[in-house]
Write a protein that binds this ligand. Structure first.
Ligand code: UT7
Length: 330
C-alpha cells in the first residue's frame, strides 16, 4: 500500500476465462420452444459458454482470469494493494471471492472485498478501485468480474435461458499521473422489480412452486430493454459533457454485452458508427459483470488497441436498476 499517489489508474494488464463447453442456439431449441433464427434476430447471440459443473465455479473462473491479467501486466503481485471481485452469482457467500483470488495470485499485501451490482458490477468495481487509487490508499488494483449465471437460469423459461452465459474477466490498474479518467454511476431503486432473483435460504419462507421459481433469474425483458436503450445513450452523453469530450473523439464504446439490438440502438442514438461498438455477444451471450473485461481481453489480443492511446467509454446496465459509464484511455 502507498500514501503517495493522487492519480487515477491505467489498465496495464487484462485477462479472461471462458469455460470450454458451448451451448448453441440449436442445442437450446431441443430444450425449450425456440429456434436459432429468433434468438439471432432478437439478441445477436449464436452460442454461449457454460460452466462445467465438475471444474468451473465462479471462484475458479475469477482466479483464472485474474492470473492471466496479472501475467499480462507483468508486475510483482506483492505490489497489488486491492483485489475487488464483482459477482452476482458467487458460489460461496463467504469468504469473499476476492480472498481466493488474492491467495491464487500471491497478492499478499492487498485488501479484499467483493461487489454485487449485477451486470454493472465490473464497471462499479473498476470505479471503486479507481477511487481507492485516486485517494492514495493503493497504487495498484486487481479488478475482476466473474459469473456463473447458468446456475441461476431456469432452462424452462425461454425468455431468459437463451440470453446468459458464464465466464470471467479481469484487469490490473496501476496509478498513472497522465491517465485520463471520468465516471458517472446512476441507480433507480424504485424501478427494481423488473429483474429479480431471490435467495433460496430464507427462514420462514414456504418452499412453494412459486417461491422455487423466484430462485431463478426473473426478468421483464421488454422493460429492461426500454430502460437500456433510453438510459445508456443518456449517461454516455452526460459523461461526454462532464469530461468536455465529443463522441467523435472516442475510439471505442465498450458496452455491456446484453443484446445486439441494444448496442445498435445506442450507436444510432449517439450518431456513431457501429464499428466503434465492438461486440462478442454472438459467442458469449450475456455474461453479466464479466462481459466488459472479457471483451477488453479479446480486443487486446486482436490488436484493436494498437500502439497509440485509445480513448474508450465503458458502459453497463442491469438489475437494480443500475447503470454507469467510465471514460478512460487504453
Ligand atoms: O444484462 C441486462 C439485463 N437484461 C437485458 O438486457 C435484457 C433486455 N431485454 C431483451 O434483450 C429482450 O427483451 C429479450 C431478448 C429478452 C426478448 O426480446 P423481445 O423482442 O423483447 O421479445 P418479447 O419478450 O417481446 O417477445 C416477443 C415474442 C413473444 O411472442 P408473442 O407474444 O408475440 O406471440 C414471445 O412469447 O417472442 C416470443 N418469445 C420467443 N420466441 C422464440 C420470447 N422468447 C422467445 C424465444 N424463442 N426464446
Amino acid at each position: 500500500m502507498s500514501g503517495a499517489t493522487t492519480s487515477y489508474g491505467r489498465v496495464i494488464g487484462i485477462g479472461s476465462y471462458l469455460p470450454k463447453d458451448i451451448l448453441t442456439n440449436d442445442d437450446l431449441a431441443k430444450i425449450v420452444e425456440t429456434n436459432d433464427e429468433w434468438i439471432t434476430e432478437r439478441t445477436g447471440i449464436k452460442q454461449r459458454h457454460i460452466s462445467d459443473p465438475k471444474t468451473d465455479t465462479t471462484e475458479s473462473m475469477a482466479v483464472e482470469a485474474a492470473k492471466r491479467a496479472v501475467a499480462d501486466a507483468g508486475i510483482d503481485p506483492a505490489k497489488i494493494g486491492l483485489v475487488v471481485v464483482a459477482s452476482t452469482t458467487p458460489n460461496v457467500l463467504f469468504p469473499v471471492l476476492s480472498a481466493a483470488v488474492q491467495a491464487a495470485v500471491d497478492a499478499d499485501n492487498a485488501m479484499c472485498f467483493d461487489v454485487n451490482a449485477a451486470c454493472p458490477g465490473f464497471v462499479t468495481a473498476f470505479v471503486t478501485a479507481q477511487n481507492y487509487i485516486k485517494s492514495g490508499m493503493v497504487d495498484c488494483a486487481l479488478v475482476v468480474g466473474s459469473e456463473n449465471l447458468t446456475n441461476y437460469v431456469d432452462f424452462a423459461d425461454r425468455g431468459t435461458c437463451i440470453l446468459f452465459g458464464d465466464g470471467a474477466g479481469a484487469c490490473v490498474l496501476q496509478a498513472d499521473p497522465d491517465i485520463r479518467y471520468d465516471a458517472i454511476m446512476h441507480a433507480a431503486g424504485k424501478r427494481r422489480e423488473c429483474m429479480r432473483c431471490e435467495s433460496y435460504m430464507q427462514k420462514g419462507v414456504e418452499k412453494t412452486e412459486e417461491f422455487l421459481k423466484s430462485n431463478y433469474i426473473n426478468m421483464d425483458g421488454q422493460t429492461v430493454f426500454k430502460f437500456a436503450v433510453t438510459e445508456v445513450p443518456r449517461i454516455v452523453e452526460e459523461l461526454l459533457s462532464k469530461s468536455g469530450t465529443s463522441a467523435d473523439e472516442i475510439d471505442y464504446f465498450i458496452l455491456h454485452q446484453a443484446n445486439r439490438r441494444i448496442i445498435e440502438s445506442v450507436a444510432k442514438r449517439l450518431k456513431q458508427p457501429i464499428e466503434k461498438f465492438p461486440m462478442n455477444i454472438q459467442n458469449t451471450g450475456n455474461t453479466s459483470s464479466a462481459s466488459i473485461p472479457i471483451l477488453l481481453d479479446e480486443m487486446k489480443k486482436n490488436g484493436d488497441f494498437g500502439n497509440e492511446k485509445k480513448k474508450i467509454i465503458m458502459s453497463s446496465f442491469g438489475a437494480g436498476l443500475l447503470w454507469n459509464a467510465v471514460l478512460t484511455e487504453l
